[in-house]
Design a protein around this ligand. Structure first.
Ligand code: GLY
Length: 342
């Protein structure tokens, strides 16, 4: 075969090879070069599902959330299953069974849950005798036309849904409450501080079976120890203790509820992320806003936040130096220090 002939013979082969390589690598180059909230889509997908929760006791919860989602559960299932672990832990004195009672010696629990698709939500406040208020909140969301049930009405609803009622006051918490009560004079002293308000707020992001992105979250607490009976904090209030927006992400709070709920802090954080802030920047912005408006000094606010965006980027910030948060995603289970704002 003469050179010209061989050359003509090779042309279609090289042309096809060129197009094959171009069509394969050009889109990949594009994906890798486009910033996507700090992560490429490809990297982001590898990190999901992702769950974060307040405090180091949240690690058992986020591990459970990831286990549930990895076994085929929804992101919402992961949120509920994770929070149930902490609610059932009697050694935890600020959530669920074994929580610190109100001033009258009765444990009153608050919880809420939100599912991004459909912007669905359910809450219970001041519910007594039920170990898993997060699951009652989910029932409110899924089985009623309402969003928030309180007190006896919430308990009656729970019983109708098959939940058992019992005392949640452990001997340890009873003794501490009796000691506190004996120390009170005319004026009641409410021990407001970093060790008297630990809520679990847990938020997660992942894909459903159809490959659509889902954001969900939940929050559960026994509230401020020795609170006035009937006092409700931020945790069951949407936009205060928890907020989820499937277009953006989710945020959760822990701390003194009164200093969170007057500012709709988690709603504010989600809106800050919508406007382009990273999760950590959005949490810091929420604290700075409270600091500008509130008569209390930063060190006395005890407000701590965490947030996740819909790509799975996470962050947290708090006025309590020791505020930590837990994270679980494929290959990761750890407790992280949050940014301290002071
Ligand atoms: N953040 C819990 C409460 O204040 O009730």
């Amino acid at each position: 075969m003469r050179y010209e002939q061989r050359s003509n013979f090779c042309k279609p082969f090289w042309r096809s090879t060129f197009y094959l390589i171009a069509w394969t690598f050009l889109p990949l180059t594009f994906v890798l070069s486009v910033p996507h909230s700090g992560w490429t889509q490809e990297q982001s997908n590898k990190k999901l599902p992702c769950f974060i929760a307040t405090w180091n006791f949240g690690q058992a919860a986020t591990d459970k959330s990831l286990e549930s989602a990895s076994a085929g559960g929804s992101i919402l299932d992961g949120v509920e299953q994770g929070i149930r672990i902490v609610e059932a832990d009697r050694s935890n004195t600020s959530v669920g069974d074994g929580g610190t009672p109100a001033a009258n010696g009765v444990v009153q629990l608050d919880a809420c849950i939100m599912n991004g698709p459909g912007h669905a939500a359910g809450s219970v406040a001041g519910i007594e005798g039920i170990v898993h208020p997060i699951s009652v909140a989910r029932k409110v969301m899924e089985e009623t036309k309402h969003v928030l049930l309180v007190g006896k009405g919430a308990q009656d609803f729970a019983v109708k849904q098959g939940f058992e009622v019992g005392s949640l006051l452990t001997p340890n918490r009873k003794a501490a409450w009796e000691k506190w009560k004996a120390e009170q004079g005319e004026k009641v002293d409410l021990p407001i501080g970093a060790d008297n308000h630990d809520t679990i707020a847990l938020v997660g992001v992942g894909n459903n079976k159809a490959g659509e992105r889902v954001v969900a979250g939940g929050c559960s607490t026994s509230g401020l120890g020795y609170k006035m009976p009937g006092r409700v904090g931020d945790s069951p209030i949407l936009g205060s203790g928890l907020y989820v927006d499937n277009e953006v992400g989710a945020a959760g709070a822990t701390g003194i509820g009164e200093n969170v709920m007057r500012y709709c802090s988690t709603f504010f954080i989600v809106e800050q992320m919508r406007a382009g802030k990273s999760p950590e920047e959005a949490c810091v912005a929420a604290i700075q806003r409270v600091d500008r408006l509130d008569p209390l000094e930063l060190k006395d606010l005890h407000i701590n936040f965490l947030a996740i965006d819909k790509d799975g980027n996470v962050g947290a910030a708090g006025t309590d130096k020791g505020f930590q948060y837990s994270i679980a995603r494929p290959g990761v289970s750890e407790v992280r220090q949050s940014k301290w704002v002071h």
